[in-house]
Design a protein around this ligand. Structure first.
Ligand SMILES: [Fe+2]
Length: 307
């Protein structure tokens, strides 16, 4: 059972409890969210000027778009104003920034079907972020940059929450993935050969789905343990969205979080999370219970080429 809450009045503790139980929350009109979207629209508009960003795939080839995004996305991610917006949104929605650690925000581009869908613009198949080594405390925040539709957004598989779905997350090693990220261009062409955790058997065609379509200026929150996917973009417009992830340090210490009923990935992404007030990471002793001894590779990654 997944409940969808619209503009709930929960405090942050109640909200986290609901999210870890599988509920999805939407805040429809948050001025700080609108400001982040407006700032991002301005940067994207400048990048593609004089062309319309929503139909940019009719102007540039997939190869050109990959090159432009590989330059642009890290610049947007690491612009200090981007994290300022994340901090402002978290505070506006009742988080205490001194308790919250966040990963850098990501900008997603979903081109109409047939366009670039690998590497820097990877279209995610059915997955949980926890299959990608996200901690069970992780809360995902998702917001559109321009208006979105049910046919170019993301969808949930509500029956998957808390239930075992046979998957290959055991083949995924987060520290190995960090090394792939430093060479994202190699995976942005015809084939994307990285390990992408997925169900072993495709879900039934009639598996119930839930698509939530927030307005611009709105934001959706859900557990990183939700089963979800990118919807193949069957519209004519490119979809731009922002997502970022947070954990509350108290949950990391207490072990509170989502069920993670079927997660076998190696390593943890907890080292990517930095305190909203001063950028401090979690202590290694706090991360250790979530790490796996047999994961090898780059534990700390500076995400210049994050998709
Ligand atoms: Fe995801």
């Amino acid at each position: 059972m997944v409940n969808l809450h619209i503009d709930p009045a929960f405090d942050d503790a109640e909200r986290r409890r609901r999210l870890f139980g599988g509920d999805v929350l939407v805040y429809t009109h948050v001025p700080e969210v609108a400001a982040f979207a407006a700032y991002t629209r301005e940067m994207i508009t400048e990048l593609f000027a004089p062309h319309d960003p929503l139909s940019i795939q009719t102007v540039h080839s997939p190869e050109q778009l990959a090159d432009m995004l590989i330059e642009f996305k890290p610049r947007w991610i690491h612009d200090p104003r981007s994290m300022d917006h994340v901090r402002a949104i978290a505070r506006a929605l009742g988080c205490e920034p001194a308790k919250i650690h966040a990963d850098v925000p990501k900008l997603r581009t979903a081109f109409p079907q047939g366009g670039l869908s690998t590497g820097i613009a990877y279209a995610f198949q059915v997955h949980r972020d926890t299959w990608y080594s996200a901690p069970k405390q992780q809360i995902n925040w998702w917001m559109p940059v321009w208006p979105v539709e049910a046919d170019n957004i993301m969808e949930f598989y509500p029956r998957g929450f808390g239930n075992v779905i046979e998957n290959n997350s055991g083949d995924y090693n987060y520290y190995q993935a960090n090394m792939w990220r430093s060479n994202i261009k190699e995976f942005s062409g015809g084939k994307d050969t990285r390990v992408h955790p997925a169900p072993v058997k495709p879900l039934d065609a009639d598996e119930p789905r839930l698509t939530v379509v927030p307005p611009v200026g709105g934001i959706m929150l859900f557990s990183g343990d939700q089963l979800h996917a990118s919807v193949p973009n069957t519209t004519k417009a490119t979809r731009y969205s922002i997502d970022f992830r947070t954990v509350d340090r108290a949950d990391v210490l207490s072990g509170a979080g989502a069920p993670i009923a079927d997660v076998a990935s190696l390593g943890t992404s907890l080292r990517d999370f930095h305190r909203l007030t001063d950028g401090e990471p979690l202590d290694e002793s706090e991360i250790a219970p979530y790490d796996t001894a047999d994961a090898e590779g780059v534990r700390v990654f500076v995400p210049y080429h994050h998709e």
